[in-house]
Design a protein around this ligand. Structure first.
Ligand code: GAP
Length: 508
């Protein structure tokens, strides 16, 4: 069995499959694309919608303590002043004055080249799985090229935010390979600006939201005044967010326009926030397993106390093992009462609740699970992708590409395949089944080419089941079809009622 899942080419294979099968295209491709923006094609938009729908159903509809919200993307600019985004939503930016390339300082690594205890030069490399190896190789190359005799110490990588004023001019730019052209890091605000109304001046400046979360804080009072929610309760939202990332990368992992699914869970100021935080971490982990992510690829990372924002009580990320490294998938933050307090002060309308027991007003605290739909979708594609050797009944071996997507999120749940397309009775039965199925499920009708080819086509699209309407269907009693299962490729016979039961159980 050969499987590029083991190779470093996995990302390339996934990007290529995503394009070829209509999952994901570069945005505005006919004009050369736009870095950090993507379009979801016919299969991709179904997959994305299914991820959103599963989350919404499990997070909002199936819980009694969470309600939904859809707030506007452009909000009053004061929202972003109060939340701290105008002043502080920035990444450290480094310019190369010669190549004109821009880097995120925390993704640009450097190390001194130390020979016999003396620093003789510096080397640099962009963040990757192999940063340390690349820096070591660059240091060895420098020593060889300059014919320096002595013992080279193992490199000690640091990121560019840690570079001292004396070190900055000595660190080579990845754009030129030469030192002297990198600037000191400066804060770059990642919010996209626009203007509201006909006048474009300072008074009309507004922002595309960089997160959906602030909608839930700003509508907090509206929700408690118009529903019967009682603490603890959550407000959830799915929607687009925009960040002018300095280095969008790794396909849809870090893009400039992406979609978030966030939930603000409000608790009493005296509640056991740590217990609640742990419960939400486990809920999120279980949810990821429920849409088919393998447990072995998930891990938890608790942020170090000293790196947290001053108001934060704790943040744990659920990490996923992407082909390009273990990276943040879902952040679960305990944010205290920071956001509601800030909006209370800035708007002059305290965002408080009344405690019937103590007869005192208080500002609720919040636990926030925040995840990107695109990041989940990429994790799902990476985990589902496989290329394997299969042997047919005649003993011939061929390769098949298969996406082992969970039936919960697969873009097409079942494909209806008439064995041949010129037998009237057979086609009529296939079309009848197709019409009935598509009232409830995303189904494809495919009568093009040999049956084996059609199975392969569905394997690549991640369709969990194919049903073939064959001669036994129309000639033998029982009105059964061949059910072909994607992962095992096993074929069994099934009736229409059994097929609906199977789908009902597996697609929820
Ligand atoms: N309200 C909190 C918040 O937005 P965040 O960690 O900045 O927190 C939450 O973002 C999640 O949104 C991340 O864990 C990630 O899944 C997703 N996300 C953030 N920036 C992204 C980007 N540039 N591209 C794709 N997804 C992103």
């Amino acid at each position: 069995m050969s499987n590029p899942a083991d190779s470093t080419n996995l990302m390339e294979a996934i990007v290529s499959l995503a394009k070829r099968r209509g999952f994901i295209y570069p945005s505005s491709e006919i004009y050369g694309g736009l870095n950090g923006f993507f379009d979801y094609g016919p299969l991709g938009s179904e997959l994305k919608k299914n991820i959103r729908d599963c989350w919404w159903n499990d997070m909002v509809r199936r819980r009694d303590d969470v309600v939904g919200l859809e707030s506007s993307i452009i909000m009053h600019p004061k929202v972003w002043e109060a939340s701290g985004h105008v002043a502080g939503f920035s990444d450290p930016l480094v310019d190369c004055k010669v190549s004109k390339n821009r880097y995120r300082a925390d993704q640009l690594f450097f190390a001194p080249v130390v020979i016999d205890g003396k620093t003789v030069a510096y080397v640099s490399a962009l963040e990757s799985e192999k940063t340390t190896e690349e820096l070591q190789a660059a240091a060895e190359l420098y020593k060889r090229k300059k014919a320096i005799v002595g013992t080279l110490a193992p490199v000690q990588p640091k990121d560019f935010t840690e570079a001292t004023e004396t070190e900055i001019p000595l660190i080579p730019s990845p754009g030129t390979g030469e030192p002297g052209s990198l600037t000191a890091p400066r804060a770059f605000n990642m919010m996209f600006q626009t203007n509201v109304g006909a006048m474009s001046d300072a008074s009309s400046v507004a922002y595309l939201r960089p997160e959906t979360a602030q909608g839930m804080f700003v509508d907090f009072k509206n929700v408690i005044d118009t529903t019967r929610v009682k603490l603890p309760f959550g407000i959830a939202q799915i929607g687009k967010s925009f960040r002018n990332e300095i280095t969008p990368r790794n396909f849809i992992f870090r893009s400039r326009e992406f979609e978030q699914m966030e939930m603000e869970y409000f608790i009493h100021e005296d509640a056991d926030w740590s217990k609640c935080h742990q419960e939400w971490i486990e809920w999120c982990r279980q949810w990821l397993l429920s849409i088919g992510l393998p447990e072995a690829k998930l891990s938890l990372y608790a942020h170090k106390k000293e790196k947290l924002a001053f108001y934060s009580k704790g943040t744990t990320d659920i990490m996923f093992e992407y082909p390009f490294g273990v990276q943040e998938l879902w952040g679960i933050a305990a944010r205290g009462s920071y956001d509601l307090t800030q909006h209370g002060i800035a708007s002059g309308k305290p965002q408080e609740m009344f405690d019937e027991t103590t007869k005192k007003k208080f500002v609720p605290h919040v636990i926030e699970p925040a995840v990107g739909v695109d990041r989940i979708l990429l994790a799902v594609l990476c985990a589902a992708y496989a290329v394997e050797d299969v042997t047919d009944e005649k003993g011939n071996t061929e390769q098949r590409t298969v996406l082992r997507l969970s039936p919960r999120i697969a873009p097409v749940k079942v494909a209806v395949l008439p064995l041949i397309k010129n037998k009237e009775l057979l086609v009529a039965r296939a079309k009848d089944l197709y019409t009935k199925l598509k009232r409830k499920y995303a189904v494809q009708y495919d009568d093009g080419g040999a049956i084996g080819k059609r199975y392969r086509r569905q394997d690549e699209a991640g369709t969990p089941w194919c049903v073939t309407i064959d001669f036994d269907t129309i000639e033998k009693p029982g009105d059964t079809f061949t059910l072909r299962e994607r992962d095992t490729m096993k074929q069994t016979r099934i009736t229409e009622a059994e097929l609906f039961k199977l789908l009902d159980e597996q697609v929820y």
